[in-house]
Design a protein around this ligand. Sequence first.
Ligand code: COA
Length: 324
Amino acid sequence: MAQIYARITGTGSALPERVVTNADLEKIVETSDEWIRSRTGIQRRHIAAEGQTTGDLATEAAERALEAAGVKASELDLIVLGTTTPDIIFPSTACLVQHRLGANGCAAFDVNAACSGFVYALGIADKFIRSGQSKKVLVIGAETLTRMIDWNERETCVLFGDGAGAVVLEASEEPGIYATLLHADGGFKHLLFNPVGVSVGFKDEPNHGVRINMSGREVFKVAVKTLDSLVDETLQAAGMEASQIDWLIPHQANLRIIEATAKRLNMPMEQVIVTVQEHANTSSGSVPLALDYAVRSGQVKRGQNLLLEAFGGGFTWASALLRY
Ligand code: COA
């Protein structure tokens, strides 16, 4: 029997209309465009309007991906949505999106792997297709992370933005996803977390609101080291050399982390999709947003090999090596 691959047949993305520049943030906290640009590469970010949810952005991105793939929502047999900012506690945002798309009846669930959410979702969807369980799958990464930003805290408020991206995966005899790797180490929780939640009784840390706790410098160091070994492991899993990769599509958190990974792969920055300057860190939205941008701008072409990677709270880290 021929090997079944999961192939990306369509991509889509969605961004809130409102753009907040570094200069805008200079008016809110003690920061500067120069500091933000030189430390992170970020120039601006999109912020969700009042009432605009993760599910709204996810639905918009999904509709575009379905249209690009020429697939009707009713044909889907699975929806996997990576998010750490669901609309409500339950039903899952995947269920809310499924109903809005008119895909009622198919399996639908969320994956919370923080910034690695989309790549985790892609890895899961790949397994469903390879096993023969699913034929047409919608994979979404969507976030409204700015909902948990403390706008008085310059260490974090400059780093994040809102957005969503989606892909349609279809079973095919043509590659396809060659390899996906998913990892986590909960021992690093203390470096990047939001303490508010259901089972702890919605308790908050005094005077801090619903906020992201992050030890930036430590996260940076672990991210670079972990992504170095992740890309090596991914190449090995796919039986490929770095020279066979046409494009690196990394998680868009920090330009310096992206540059370090490109260096590890010996890839010039011309072969790296960088959108962090426009979107900041959109968590699960970041990789599929960058992918959709690269496809629609004509940079990524059919038949090219793409290496996707992400790193986030957990810590979690994940990758996918695929032929587009
Ligand atoms: N504007 C101006 N100064 C700021 C600032 C801001 N927005 N945020 C922090 N600073 C200050 C700090 O208070 C510190 O001041 P001090 O030296 O007087 O104590 C100084 O800048 C340097 O801070 P440092 O933490 O050493 O900077 P850095 O070079 O490590 O850059 C990050 C900070 C957060 C940009 C960087 O560590 C990073 O990107 N880490 C990874 C974060 C991430 O990607 N998280 C999500 C993972 S998915």
